[in-house]
Write a protein that binds this ligand. Structure first.
Ligand SMILES: *Cc1c(COP(=O)(O)O)cnc(C)c1O
Ligand code: SF4
Length: 466
């Protein structure tokens, strides 16, 4: 069916002669787009105020092909892309609006910063934990929290295709956090991996590593492939939103073919390429361009997993997930994680209680076949590990969340069920409490390394899905 569509229609619908060239759309140039012209003045005014605090970034493809402007403001991709009045309190909103109107530049700047800090009170220190070392020297740009998988943050991959305000990367995008932790030292990466035979997976993340030119990406990959000391690296993972927001990266971009060749080289070396695709809504898999991207990536032998947080206003509906997983499976994608949206940025606007997350997950999961039940969730990428919500149970007369770690800083706790006191309002692991004494060891309160954590910091994880 898909195959047929591709041959008959999909390719015809892609303009290979005059391909779209990537151009970011932000608050500074959105006003010259036809979509902006047509937007309701109230919505425009809201975006103008809120985007001073919560900037957005998108592109022509998202604007033209993913957003249904007739369904605005409730269109899910519109919600995901553009800031909304409700992301700020009335007081914050009015303050910014008045300062903008009165043209008090310095006061405005200070107010923006103040509100950003309120939204993300401890932006610093995202990479202060577990910065690894090689020969006694700290190596920035690497995070190694779970034995088998190392995250690598290439310096050239530190912007993203969006600035989702719920993303932990948000602090970096608005300049609250610098990018000193990123790395472009190929030898340092290789040295670190060489010293750690337990690592099987290197996960390129960002920002979005696929904003890198293929040539730059090739430097890292070829170094890994050529080094006999790195034979233990079996999987190259790439966390990316590009498959959804700029699939041209794999189809019509000038160095698309070069990128696909890199995947082929990795596979020819006997390794796996896993694209960790951040897909939040089935519409992202509906366009000819996105399907052609999937087809070309898979043709190299790479596989694509799909993961996303549950985001209120965007995908807080089980049918959306069912459709996304079914469409994905049909196109050859593998459902992977269903995350709980994390505790940063405009969280009040996007977050959903844990109980509700679980309900949505179960309903969606029940409607797909075992092939799509490779998905795991709801999962919180919290400081101690990935906490999986198994459900809510009555335990000896007390209502409780049943939880387990899918990943944990303390490996011995993985996949051991434990209980937390039920709290209908809870939206994140850090507010949960052990149900009984026996559950206490699962909570990081008294772990030896928990003290390193500045209270309230947002530890760096790939929890926000890309
Ligand atoms: C999620 C995550 C990983 C990868 O975990 P998998 O379960 O193997 O996908 C690695 N490192 C960090 C810090 C993570 O949050
Ligand atoms: S959630 Fe994904 S797409 Fe959004 S800003 Fe974060 S990394 Fe980028």
């Amino acid at each position: 069916m898909i195959q047929e569509q591709r041959n008959d229609a999909t390719l015809d619908l892609i303009d290979f002669d005059q391909p779209q060239r990537f151009k970011a759309i932000t608050r500074s140039n959105v006003t010259s787009t036809p979509e902006w012209e047509g937007l309701d003045p109230d919505l425009r005014a809201g975006i103008e105020v809120v985007s001073a605090v919560l900037p957005f970034r998108t592109n022509q493809y998202v604007m033209e092909e993913l957003i249904d402007w007739n369904a605005v403001p409730d269109d899910p991709i519109f919600r995901l892309t553009f800031p909304h009045k409700d992301m700020l309190s009335n007081e914050q909103f009015e303050r910014i609006r008045e300062l903008q109107a009165s043209d008090q530049k310095e006061e405005l700047k200070a107010a923006i910063r103040e509100i950003q800090l309120e939204l993300n009170p401890h932006p610093a220190g995202q990479m202060t934990h577990n910065v690894p070392t090689v020969a006694g020297e700290p190596v920035p740009g690497i995070q190694h929290k779970y034995d088998q998988t190392t995250l690598f943050f290439p310096a050239h991959g530190q912007t993203c295709h969006a600035y989702c305000t719920f993303c932990f990367r948000w602090a970096q995008f608005v300049g609250l956090d610098d990018m000193k932790f990123a790395n472009k030292d190929v030898d340092q990466l290789a040295a670190y991996l060489g010293e750690h035979p337990e690592i099987s997976d290197v996960l390129f993340t960002g920002g979005d590593p696929m904003v890198m030119k293929s040539k730059v990406f090739a430097r890292y990959i070829d170094r890994i492939l050529e080094d006999p000391e790195l034979a233990h690296i079996q999987t190259i993972r790439i966390g990316t939103k590009s498959v959804a927001y700029w699939p041209q990266r794999y189809v019509t971009d000038a160095d698309a073919e070069e990128l696909l060749d890199i995947f082929r080289r990795i596979i020819a070396s006997g390794r796996t390429v896993a694209i960790m695709g951040h897909y939040s809504h089935p519409v992202e898999l509906s366009t000819p361009m996105s399907r052609e991207a999937v087809r070309r990536i898979r043709e190299t032998g790479a596989n694509i997993r799909m993961q996303s947080p549950l985001i209120r206003h965007v995908n807080d509906d089980p049918d959306v997930w069912t459709e996304m997983w079914n469409t994905g499976v049909r196109l050859g994608l593998i459902p992977y994680y269903f995350f709980v949206e994390r505790d940063t940025g405009a969280r009040g606007y996007f977050e959903t209680p844990l109980d509700k997350c679980h309900e949505i997950f179960v309903e969606a999961y029940s409607k797909v076949s075992g092939i799509a039940r490779t998905v795991r969730g709801p999962s919180m990428s919290a400081f101690p590990g990935k906490v999986h919500i198994l459900g809510v149970r009555d335990v000896g007369g007390q209502k409780a969340f049943v939880l387990e770690y899918l990943q944990c800083r303390r490996g011995e706790l993985v996949r051991q069920p434990f209980f937390a006191k039920y709290d209908p309002k809870a939206t994140w692991f850090d507010t949960l409490e052990p149900l009984t004494e026996a559950d206490a060891p699962f909570f990081p309160g008294n772990w030896p390394d928990a003290a390193e954590e500045t209270p309230g910091t947002v530890p760096l994880t790939v929890g926000s899905a890309s």
